[in-house]
Design a protein around this ligand. Structure first.
Ligand code: IPM
Ligand code: MN
Length: 352
């Protein structure tokens, strides 16, 4: 039996509740497919920071590197200044573990409400590959003459060719594996970002020559936000740089039904990847058994898929789909599901 060692960071707010349901359904899928999952919990998050001043210590990173994957609930605490936990835990893990892909499937399941008029599951089913360690997130730049009328602040969109290339290559491979429309849309802004945009366009074209079966397509990011709303069925796989990806993946999340259902993976294809519901810690719903665990459950499915357990991942995805098809979950919104957090977990687990 293959056994995977999973580092679990339940984190803050409703993180622990959704992680509990995620583990319940992961265990059901693992049992069905003869896989072992060995969990080790870590207490990183706002509580620990307030207690000790520590976010994600370097020694912990060394520890995390020894695991097969990381399963994260949510990071964010109302008593901690914005930015500290995001930078200290989430971004630090992404950078230190070189999780250079942020993978965000945008899939509308049956009976899930989308704000897009006349669009259903047939029209909303694509994947966004966001570059996850470069660009403006690199943190290069600085400020000068602070406090004077001529104060200057810069943050640079930094990209090296290898960082662009590995991301685009991952996206081509994924488009081929998905085997749908076989179309990879590069999203950038090369009408204005003529330097960094041009690098992305050239690499997209050059690497694409190795994938003659994949159609190459390009959208400016501003136009992409319109097309995602007007004609989401047009997309198969989108690849984009970090900040544009941050923005369009939130648009993707809302058209697939919102934070209750949107899952993401921070992936190092050669290393340790981290999977999370993208919804945040939702402090006001903490401990009430009302938060939607489906995003965390789907993040668990992505984790199985990335570990190479495609059948177990597919069982879990089908169970989520069946749970939603049953019509028993009334809404994706916290408190309006018509059942509790743990009941949604039980339902999915029973359908695996
Ligand atoms: C995300 C989040 C993070 C980001 C924040 C919390 C640092 O918005 O995962 O999309 O900007 O990448
Ligand atoms: Mn974001």
């Amino acid at each position: 039996m293959t056994t995977y060692n999973i580092a679990v960071i339940p984190g803050d707010g409703t993180g622990p509740e959704v992680v509990r349901e995620g583990r319940k359904t992961l265990d059901a899928a693992a049992a069905k497919h003869g896989i072992g999952l060995n969990y080790t919990e870590f207490d990183f998050g706002g509580q620990r920071y307030l207690r000790t001043g520590e976010t994600l210590p370097d020694a912990a990173l060394d520890d995390l590197r020894t695991f097969d994957a990381i399963y994260l609930g949510a990071i964010g605490h109302p008593d901690v200044k914005p930015g500290i936990l995001e930078k200290g835990i989430l971004l630090k893990a992404r950078f230190a573990l070189d999780q250079y892909i942020n993978l965000r499937p945008v899939k509308l399941y049956p009976n899930v409400e989308t704000p897009l008029k006349d669009k259903g599951p047939d029209e909303i089913d694509f994947v966004i590959v966001r570059e996850n360690t470069g660009g403006i997130y690199t943190g290069m730049g600085g400020s000068t003459m602070v406090g004077t009328p001529f104060e200057i602040a810069t943050q640079l969109m930094v990209y090296s060719r290898p960082v662009v290339e590995r991301c685009i290559r991952y996206a081509y491979d994924l488009t081929r594996r998905r085997n749908r429309k076989k179309q990879l849309t590069l999203v950038h802004k090369n009408n204005v970002l003529t330097e960094v945009g041009d690098l992305w366009v050239r690499v997209h074209r050059e690497v694409g020559a190795e994938y003659p079966d994949i159609k190459q397509d390009y959208n400016h990011v501003d136009a992409c936000t319109m097309w995602m709303v007007k004609s989401p069925e047009f997309y198969d796989v989108i690849v984009t740089e970090n900040l544009f990806g941050d923005i369009i993946t939130d648009l993707g999340a809302i058209i697939q039904g919102g934070m209750g259902i949107a899952a993401g993976g921070n992936i190092n294809p050669e290393g340790v990847s981290m999977f999370e519901p993208i919804g945040g810690s939702a402090p006001k719903y903490t401990g009430q058994n009302v938060i939607n665990p489906l995003a965390a459950i789907s993040a668990g499915g992505m984790m199985l898929d990335t570990l190479g357990e495609h059948e177990a991942a597919s069982s879990l995805d089908k169970a989520v789909e069946a749970a939603l098809s049953s019509g028993r979950i009334k809404s994706m919104a916290a408190g309006r599901m018509g059942m509790g957090t743990s009941e949604v977990g039980d339902l999915v687990a029973s359908l695996v």
